[in-house]
Design a protein around this ligand. Structure first.
Ligand SMILES: Nc1ncnc2c1ncn2[C@@H]1O[C@H](COP(=O)(O)OP(=O)(O)OP(=O)(O)O)[C@@H](O)[C@H]1O
Length: 614
């Protein structure tokens, strides 16, 4: 019951429905107990004493009782439904809220399919138990107690004799619970594995098809399906073993009753009416006992499901606000960013950034260059406070970002990611995402700056065009331009472009960057790019390799030093005429051709420096 104790806050507010449901079911159950007594009366008083005139009245009483019982059963269903649905609603909201605030660290490992199965199947199991299962179990106890009391009042000796096999029934039921619970946990786990597989397959269908990996995917799914099937087979095996045993003990009680009760009737220590009443009361007790397996099954399923929900609800949020954290007003943010001796490693990974230092005055443009996995995106992630740093500090206008409310910190930043995500909504809503009270003119202005307006207008519904899941129907470059417009519309103090123009052609990139130059004015901008052309106007360019800063300076300064930057420049501009501006710098550069050549070769061969993206 510990699981349900921990889930209490989600259903206890609806306790009025629970009480109403229990009360309705108790009344319906109590009314059901009238039958055996009517039977006893019918046999001992009406039939035995031939008082047949009472039959119509008895029939009327039966009709009345049936009607009332049906009414209370309806009320029980109604209140239970309300209780279950309201609980599910509360839980769904709480889970969704938690998922919103869970940190990047959680999502690095989370599997979408698994989360989806928790939010649907597991939630449903908890809903069913809290709504119906719990009251039904209570009803089993009530039926047993009421039935036993009535039997005891009729004949206590016969009651005790017939109850002799009940402890065995209860013992078997408890053992059954112990076995079936872990089995159900495995079923749910394999179910979520299967859902994950389906979800990943559908999301990655293009990759699967382009690599012609359908047979492999079918086999992979088949393995998980097999696992799910086997877990269900094991569960059914437990069920098949215990259920007949429970049935046997239940039927044993009936046999004992018929033998002993029949003998008592012959001995005239029990009337025939009492035996018949006893018999139907016996079923009244056995019925719920019989169902106890089903209820236990329900209970264990929902307990396993509840555990999985609690796992999310109790999940530790790594990045959260301090009690003393402050909110920043828009007008007080300048955008001065300072990284002081920041070292960072992702959980269970080797260092991603070492002793990183950076001073980006308000309004400056910082370029980050480096090979794959060199730590460029990590710098940005840390600035966004996607992860907590353990060494060093990051300051915004002299204030440690850990002392600023997360929402407030991120409100002043706009980021365009390498991978664009568009919501299944109109282009308009996608651009306006993250900004409140924005006019159509502002949206169009942002789209124009991102060079997106023209292609949007060419679409049949223009800004109202719905872009499907993951922005299907748009090219990579178009999606990226929408994402850029979205970032620009936010009018942030800090603008981050994480390889934002990687999916557009050189010409469009150039055009967008012209727009950026206008836009960067008054904002601190971080540009991660693999093309030197995107970075050359930066106030400071930081070259990273394996998390370490290997070079830093302006384009002009870096062009004068032998090193990674110059080598990258040479590779990128190998086929293009060098601009007069750069030519001058190159002439002064202490050339290191061998080193440059060696670098080109390493880059092309993609050696352990990860290979520069060229
Ligand atoms: N979420 C993560 N969990 C664990 N390790 C990570 C995570 N993100 C990045 N890393 C690791 O940290 C290192 C730096 O990665 P980062 O993404 O910062 O590189 P990058 O320079 O941006 O690369 P790219 O140009 O390919 O985007 C890499 O070794 C990478 O494998």
């Amino acid at each position: 019951m510990e699981v349900f104790k921990q889930l209490k806050e989600y259903y206890w507010s609806e306790k009025r429905f629970m009480y109403a449901s229990i009360l309705s079911l108790m009344t319906a159950t109590a009314l059901g107990l009238v039958y055996p007594n009517l039977l006893r009366y019918l046999i001992d008083h009406v039939i035995a004493k031939q008082q047949f005139a009472e039959v119509p009245y008895l029939a009327l009483v039966v009709v009345g009782i049936i009607t009332c019982k049906a009414l209370f059963q309806y009320l029980h269903g109604f209140f239970s439904g309300r209780l279950g649905n309201q609980t599910a609603y509360n839980l769904r909201n709480a889970l969704y809220k938690k998922l919103q605030y869970l940190s990047f660290q959680y999502y690095d490992k989370a599997r979408t399919g698994d989360l989806m199965s928790r939010l649907t199947a597991d939630l449903q199991a908890v809903r069913d138990f809290i709504g119906f299962g719990f009251v039904q179990i209570l009803n089993v106890f009530m039926m047993f107690t009421f039935g036993a009391i009535m039997m005891l009042t009729i004949n206590w000796k016969l009651t005790l004799i017939t109850m002799v096999s009940m402890p065995f029934l209860v013992f078997t039921a408890v053992r059954f619970e112990g076995k079936i619970h872990p089995a159900f946990r495995s079923v749910r786990k394999s179910m979520s594995n299967m859902t994950t597989s389906v979800q990943e397959n559908i999301t990655g269908v293009r990759t699967v098809k382009s690599f012609a990996r359908e047979p492999y995917e079918i086999e992979k799914f088949s393995e998980r399906n097999e696992d799910y099937k086997m877990n269900n087979v094991t569960t059914s095996g437990i069920w098949a073993k215990y259920f007949p045993l429970m049935e046997l003990f239940a039927n044993l009680s009936v046999v004992i009753l018929l033998a002993t009760g029949g003998w008592m009737v012959i001995q005239k220590t029990l009337t025939l009416g009492e035996l018949v009443a006893f018999f139907s009361l016996m079923w009244y007790i056995i019925g719920p006992m019989w169902q106890i397996g089903f209820h236990i099954n329900n209970f264990t399923q929902s307990k396993a499901a509840g555990e999985r929900l609690l796992e999310i609800l109790h999940q530790y949020i790594h990045v959260k606000d301090k009690d003393t954290a402050v909110s920043l007003q828009a007008n007080e943010v300048q955008g001065h960013i300072k990284f002081e001796k920041v070292s960072f490693a992702y959980p269970d990974q080797k260092s991603a950034l070492q002793d990183f230092q950076l001073d980006a005055p308000a309004g400056s443009v910082i370029g980050l260059l480096g090979g794959t996995g060199s730590g460029k995106s990590t710098v940005i992630q840390l600035l966004l406070r996607a992860y907590n740093i353990k060494e060093g500090s990051i300051k915004l206008d002299g204030r440690d970002i850990r002392d600023i409310k997360l929402e407030s910190l991120r409100e002043h930043m706009s980021i365009v990611f390498q991978e664009t995500f568009l919501f299944s909504s109109s282009i308009l809503n996608n651009i306006a995402y993250g900004v409140r009270n924005v006019s159509m003119e502002q949206i169009i202005q942002a789209a124009r700056l991102a060079k997106a307006h023209e292609f949007i207008m060419e679409m049949p519904l223009g800004y109202e065009t719905i872009v499907g899941e993951r922005g299907m129907g748009l090219s990579g470059g178009q999606k990226q331009r929408i994402a850029i417009a979205r970032a620009l519309l936010k009018n942030p103090k800090i603008l981050i472009l994480d390889d934002a123009t990687s999916a557009v052609d050189m010409e469009t990139e150039h055009e967008i960057q012209l727009g950026f130059q206008e836009l960067m004015k008054g904002r601190t901008t971080f540009i991660i790019a693999h093309r030197i052309s995107s970075l050359k106007h930066a106030d400071e360019i930081v070259v990273l390799d394996k998390g370490i800063v290997v070079q830093r300076g302006t384009h002009q300064q870096l062009m004068k030093q032998p090193g990674r930057y110059l080598e990258t420049y040479k590779i990128q501009f190998a086929d293009q005429p060098i601009t007069s501006e750069d030519q001058g710098e190159l002439n002064q550069t202490p050339q290191a051709p061998d080193e440059a050549e060696a670098f080109i070769q390493t880059a092309v061969a993609g050696s352990d420096n990860g290979g520069y993206k060229l």
